[in-house]
Each structure stands twice: as C-alpha cells, then as structure tokens.
Design a protein around this ligand. Structure first.
Ligand SMILES: [Zn+2]
Length: 549
C-alpha cells in the first residue's frame, strides 16, 4: 500500500482513524483477527472464485469454492463475508449446509465431522452490493468510476479491511491458498483483469465475457483483485540476472498505451535492482504485471495496481511503481501473519526504495532520500500494534519512514554490509512464499549474525518513543568533553553511534544508561557533534548544572 505522504503535505488526512482505543476491542475484532479453533481446524489450499459484476447496479454475484484440508477433526468451520452481502447457499457434496452469520463471519456446519487430514470443498453462493471505497486505496472497497472517455472503470482495494468485504473466504493473513483461480464475467465491451495469468476468455452469453485468471502461488487474500476497463494489453519480456526470461504484462487504458510503453521502461532496471538485492522475482510462472487503476496503487500480487498518472518525482523512477513492485518481495513473497505486524511489508518495502536510490544514485543520495522522510516520523504509536484483532489503528505512518530508518540504523549497527545484504536476500529465500511474524524475523537475524539483536528490534518496534541521546558538553583546553547517555531505552539497549571528530573522522561511542564521556577535537565548536545520517534517535542537549555529578 502506498503511504499518504503527499496528502498529509496537502493537509488532507485520508487515513481512517480507528474509532476504538487500544483496550476496547470487541468480540467482532477477535472474530476477524484471531485464530479460534474454527479457523485453526483447517488450512485452505485453493480458492476458485467466480463472480459476475453488474456495473450499473454496482453489485456482484457468484460463488467461491473453498478447498481445504482439515488440521483437526471438526463439524464447524469459520469463513468470512461482510454482513452487507447475502449468502444464498452453502453447498458441500451436493447438499445445502446450515450456517450461522455472526457480524462479518459465518460458521458453516457439516452434517458429520470432517476427519483430520482429509481434503474437503465447500461452495459459498453469494450476492449483493459490496462496500464502495470513499478514498481507495486507504479505506478499502470497490471503485466504480469512468475513464476520461466516460466508459466504465472499476477496481477494488481492500488491504486492512479485508477481502471478505467482497468475496467469502478465510480472512486471516496466516492462511494463504497455495494457488487460486478467478473468473470474472463482465460486459463484452470491457476486459476484466485479475492476478497472475489469463488462462482463457469464455463467452456463455453474447453480452458478456468471462475472463479466467490463475495464480500459481500462495497469495494474500487482500491481494486478490478485479479490474475492469477498456484495457490495452501490452507485453514485454525481462531477462533476469539468473538469465531466465520473465514475462511482463501491462493492462492500461487503451488511450494511455503510448504513454505507458515509454513510462514503464523503468520496470527493467528496477527489477534488475531488486533481483540484485533480494533474488529473482518470486512469482516467475505468473509473470510481472501492472494494471492501470482509478486509485493510486496497491501491491496486488502479479497485477500491481498503478494509478500515478505516469509521473516520476524526486528521482527518475515512479514512486508507485518502485514501492508497489517492492512489495512483490516484501509482503507478497514474505508475508506477515497478523495485520498488526504490517511493518514486515511496509518497512522493508520503504527501505527497498532507499536501496533502489543507492543502487542507481549512490549511497549518499539514499541517505538524502532517508533524510527527506525523517521529519515525517511521528513517534505517536508503536510500529507493532496489538495482535489478534486485525489491528489497523495507527495514527501515523511510522511503519513506512521510521521503519526504513530502523533498517538503515540496523545496517549501521551491524557495520557489515555484506552480512546485511545476505540477511535481506536470505530472508527472501528462508521465508519464500511463507507467512511470518516479527519474532521469526528477529530470530533469523540473530541466527545469521550469531548475535542477539532482540534488544534493538524490540526497542524500536514495540515502543512509540525512539531512543533519546542526552548529552552536554564542557570545554577542556583545546578539546571538547562530551557527556552522553541513552534515555528512554530498555536496560540492554547498547546501540553504538558515530560522532564527528576533527582528526579521526567518525568515532563510535556506545552510550549506556549512565553518563559517560569522551574528549574529542571538533572542526568547529557547533552542535554537529553527532552524525545522525547513520542511526535514528533523538538528541536532547541538557544543561551541565542540571546533572547530578
Ligand atoms: Zn506499501
């Protein structure tokens, strides 16, 4: 998902603030966000979703066939579909099943227990008017609009709020199907674009066409997408660093074909850069694809949503292309199990932008890019929210800018770039096509570095306020004596930071919880003692006479 920087700068906050405080979660939040026994008893391995979209009435109807394996014997499973949509029937082995709806969840009851370890299929027939997004992609929902020739242009984005706002499924990030098919029936003058590969186009009625799409890999449910417009299909090929030829498909409004052909040339160097840092494109069989959307962007797997008006800003790359495509590695290949830990998607993807700047413009420029975003760090709430409630109540966007700064900071704590880059690439291999949590990430880093950095990540991720370096100075002959200590940190926080010196260049100090000092020569007696291009923390100068010596 793109961050909403530009809108904040305009003074318009598009972010939906959560109406509940941290301690006021309801049973409905748990139904949505927690793994109860009716969810842990089965594992989805395939969805087959067929819907017809009625553009005039902004409605959908269809069926999702849910293929799953039971993990434990059960007679009831929980699936999810927003309560404003109607479930017509649920079928299993040609019989209609009983079900109970409970807010945005529903419980399916089988006539006899489903035995652990077996495969089953239920088919959920449904219809209705899905939620219309007020400001996609931030609030989530369908978008029914028109292109500039007044022809229909339809899309959907549901990150956070969840895919169950438009199709029935197990709406928990921890359970991705291994593959999926989507069949979208639309008026025959339009094209419907889903994720992955277009397997076929079928015509059952002269007025409609059905576009049959297949994703051959695990996919986050919120990444499943449907785009409808007068699309032109552009094809390209990309030779990867491993010499494999990756298929590239673009679906753009037909009148933007020429613009897109030129603007999307940047995809090749971008992919090369990401392959260099993270390994090959994770969804080779599906190919890389972008789809022009009536909203800014979204990381829809194998069908990246693009709506940035073919513009580059700041650098010669388009922010939406480089950010949303970065998610193919961070978010789509390596995915979080709980929405509260979306930093795994957004922090690494925002840091990926910095790596792209470093790759093409050099390290110093990437630090400038980081510093550009530094003033936007809010430090209002912890980057990781409460688990098991599908948390999305952040008041800032610290999982983006601060998250990128945390990773940059860790790189400088490590002071070993080859190890750092092997960690990034290693995570892409270790956790390929898997869902992970924060502890999995920290444990992996600890294993790779052979050192315990739990103190670092837990300090930054679970505390809203960043470390504060308290300091004061004294002049002693030609030297300056700097007293320093960490404030606002856990006792085992031992991050070393560089200071600028006249003779020795950068010199590292490791503050503790009590004041320590160092004598240095400075080029100038100014406040630029601490070089904050390396690590993210706040500086607080105090009066020396306020300190108990
Ligand atoms: Zn994002």
């Amino acid at each position: 998902m793109p961050r909403y920087l530009f809108f904040l700068l305009l003074g318009i906050c598009l972010f939906q603030f959560n109406t509940y405080s941290q301690n006021s979660y309801t049973r409905f939040d748990s139904l949505r966000g927690a793994l109860n026994p009716y969810r842990t008893c089965f594992d989805v391995y395939y969805y087959d979703l067929s819907i017809q979209i009625d553009i005039k009435n902004k409605s959908i109807h269809g069926v999702n066939h849910v293929y799953f394996k039971t993990i434990s014997t059960t007679s009831t499973i929980q699936l999810d579909l927003f309560s404003n949509l109607i479930i017509d029937s649920i079928c299993y082995n040609n019989i209609k099943l009983d079900f109970q709806r409970d807010s945005n969840a529903f419980f399916v009851q089988f006539p006899a227990p489903l035995i652990s370890g077996n495969n089953y299929t239920v088919s959920v027939y449904y219809e209705g008017n899905p939620i219309i997004a007020k400001k996609a992609p931030w609030d989530g929902g369908w978008v029914f609009t028109q292109d500039s020739l007044k022809r229909p242009w339809v899309g959907v984005a549901c990150e956070g709020i969840g895919a169950s706002l438009w199709w029935p499924m197990k709406d928990h990030l921890s359970d991705e199907p291994d593959s999926m098919r989507m069949h979208y029936t639309v008026p025959s003058s339009l094209m419907a674009v889903g994720n992955g590969i277009l397997e076929s186009i079928t015509t059952m009625h002269p007025d409609t066409k059905t576009y049959n799409w297949k994703v051959s890999y695990p996919i986050n449910s919120y990444n499943v997408t449907c785009n409808i417009a007068n699309y032109a299909h552009l094809q390209d090929k990309h030779v990867q660093l491993n010499k494999d030829t990756l298929a590239i498909d673009y679906y753009v409004l037909d009148y933007n074909k020429e613009k897109a052909l030129s603007h999307f040339k940047q995809v090749h160097p971008m992919l090369t850069c990401y392959e260099n840092y993270f390994g090959p494109y994770p969804f080779y069989k599906d190919g890389f694809a972008m789809v022009e959307t009536p909203y800014w962007g979204m990381e829809h797997q194998g069908a990246i949503a693009y709506g940035n008006d073919y513009t580059n800003k700041i650098i010669q790359f388009d922010y939406i292309i480089i950010h949303e495509s970065g998610h193919e590695w961070w978010g789509n290949n390596v995915s979080t199990t709980d929405h509260a830990e979306m930093w795994i998607h957004e922090s690494f993807t925002t840091y990926t932008e910095n790596l792209l700047v470093e790759y093409f413009y050099g390290y110093d420029m990437s630090v400038r890019y980081l510093n550009l975003n530094k003033p936007l760090i809010k430090n209002i709430d912890p980057i990781i929210g409460p688990l098991d409630v599908n948390y999305e109540g952040w008041q800032g966007s610290d999982m983006y800018y601060k998250g990128a700064w945390i990773l940059h900071t860790f790189r400088n704590v490590l002071q070993n770039d080859s190890l750092w880059f092997s960690i990034l690439k290693g995570m892409q291999q270790e956790f390929a096509l898997k869902t992970v949590n924060t502890q999995n990430i920290i444990q992996y880093i600890n294993k790779k570095t052979n050192k315990d950095y739990t103190w670092f990540f837990e300090q930054y991720l679970y505390h809203a306020k960043p470390p504060v370096l308290e300091f004061y100075t004294e002049k002693i002959k030609k030297n300056i004596r700097i007293y320093y200590k960490w404030e606002n940190v856990r006792p085992d926080f031992t991050m070393a930071i560089p200071i600028n010196t006249k003779d020795a260049g950068l010199k590292y100090i490791t503050p503790g919880l009590d004041f320590n000092f160092i004598d240095i020569k400075l080029k100038k007696m100014n406040k630029n003692i601490f070089n904050q291009n390396f690590n993210y923390y706040l500086l607080k100068e105090i009066k020396s006479n306020s300190v108990n010596k």
